[in-house]
Design a protein around this ligand. Structure first.
Ligand SMILES: Cc1ncc(COP(=O)(O)O)c(C=O)c1O
Length: 387
């Protein structure tokens, strides 16, 4: 008998992920199809990646056209899509210069290197970065050390030094942890991976003020919250503040791997030779990202995400959870009982993809193009599931 894809995966892929036993072969918009032809409504979107859904014709055309012209050239040279994308990101956010990598973890590594160099220059070698308990910044050595989840870092000790973890949404804890070795505060505006925990009103503003008062860098990890997901281009725009450094990835390329770091003039310390990436910012990825930003803007998808987010919130209120939280199209339901995994499985069997982040919490991060009808379909499907 021909082995199945899960059987082959078991034999040939490292067992780094507990996968849902379904094999996807194609998608269109918010719908995705498995290898038996079964259709699913996708409320996961590659974990907040496919902002324009699957197989968006303009992204596909931009990638195809760029692939026919120039896929890769190396950062030894200039390419137009990279420069255009940097300009576009700065226009949408704050005055800055941009470095491109290939993932969220790499973007955060870059931010950490910026903080280290900035501290050496401006704060007598200070190097400690204050981060949040429960935060997630990626899977490289520095980013697991930065992240506040020991389950991801403990197996890999010893870890890079210089990260101090404090409770999220507690400005006094940041103040208490600040000393002469502190160089930066690094936060997710909404903690995503741990289960969509939004920053409290006034928290980011308070952190901004504290960073200004003490001469620290404020680094915001917008890898998951960026590119329209929360109903603003970038989540910090809800709070009327500007970070010194912002990292992006996930939604930026609409599924094509790309990461970016924006450093405001005071944090723009990297010089020739300090940092680099073979693939980062290559013309193929940047052409995809330019197409994504163009469509998000032209089709008003940032405002649409805010509106659809309100509808989704209403739908999730009916699921019997003890807490429904989030902003825009980044939401979670937390159940009092350990129902999240059976709920994810029941949704899968009913043709809806959702993401159980732990035993109690289910995350919803659909494409920004989702329609009211699709949210209603998800609503009635989920409500009809056995409790
Ligand atoms: C806030 C945040 N930062 C960083 C990362 C890591 O991104 P990547 O998996 O692209 O390295 C993630 C991924 O889930 C994330 O949610």
């Amino acid at each position: 008998m021909t082995p199945t894809i899960p059987e082959l995966a078991d034999k040939y892929l490292m067992h780094t992920a507990k996968r849902v036993p379904v094999t996807f072969v194609r998608g269109r918009g918010c719908l995705v199809y498995d290898d038996t032809g079964r259709e699913y409504l996708d409320l996961v979107a590659g974990i907040a990646v496919n902002v324009l859904g699957h197989a968006h014709p303009e992204v596909a055309a931009a990638v195809a056209s760029q692939a026919h012209a120039l896929i890769h050239a190396s950062n030894l040279y200039f390419t137009q899509p990279q420069v255009e994308l940097a300009q576009r990101l700065v226009e949408l956010s704050f005055p800055a210069r941009v470095f491109f990598g290939n993932s969220g973890a790499e973007a955060n590594e870059t931010a950490i290197k910026i903080a280290r160099k900035w501290g050496a220059r401006n704060r007598k070698g200070a190097f400690q970065i204050i981060t949040s308990i429960g935060s997630f910044h990626g899977r490289t050595m520095a980013t697991i050390a930065a992240g506040g989840q020991p389950k991801y870092s403990d197996p890999f000790k010893p870890l890079p030094d210089g990260f101090v973890h404090v409770p999220f949404n507690d400005i006094e804890a940041i103040k208490a942890a600040t000393n002469e070795q502190t160089v930066a505060v690094m936060l997710e505006p909404i903690m995503g991976e741990i289960g969509v925990i939004p920053s409290a009103p006034g928290y980011l503003e308070g952190v901004r003020r504290w960073c200004d008062e003490k001469g620290l860098l404020m680094i915001l990890d917008e890898v998951q919250t960026g590119v329209g997901r929360t109903g603003r281009w970038f989540a910090h725009q809800h709070d009327g503040i500007t970070p010194d450094v912002m990292t992006l990835a996930k939604g930026l390329g609409g599924g094509v791997p790309i990461g970016a770091v924006l450093a405001a003039p005071r944090a723009d310390v990297l010089e020739p030779g300090d940092h680099g990436s073979t693939f980062g910012g290559n013309p193929l990825a940047c052409a995809a990202a330019l197409a994504v930003l163009h469509v998000v803007e032209r089709d008003g998808l940032v405002g649409h995400a805010a509106e659809m987010g309100d509808l989704l919130d209403g739908a999730l209120q009916d699921l019997g959870g003890q807490d429904v939280r989030g902003r825009g199209l980044m939401r979670a339901v937390q159940f009092a009982e350990p129902r999240a995994k059976p709920f994810q499985q029941a949704c899968l069997e009913a043709g809806v993809l959702v993401n159980a982040v732990d035993d109690h919490t289910v995350r919803f991060v659909p494409p920004l193009i989702i329609s009211p009808d699709q949210i209603e379909h998800a609503h009635s499907t989920m409500q009809g599931l056995p409790r």
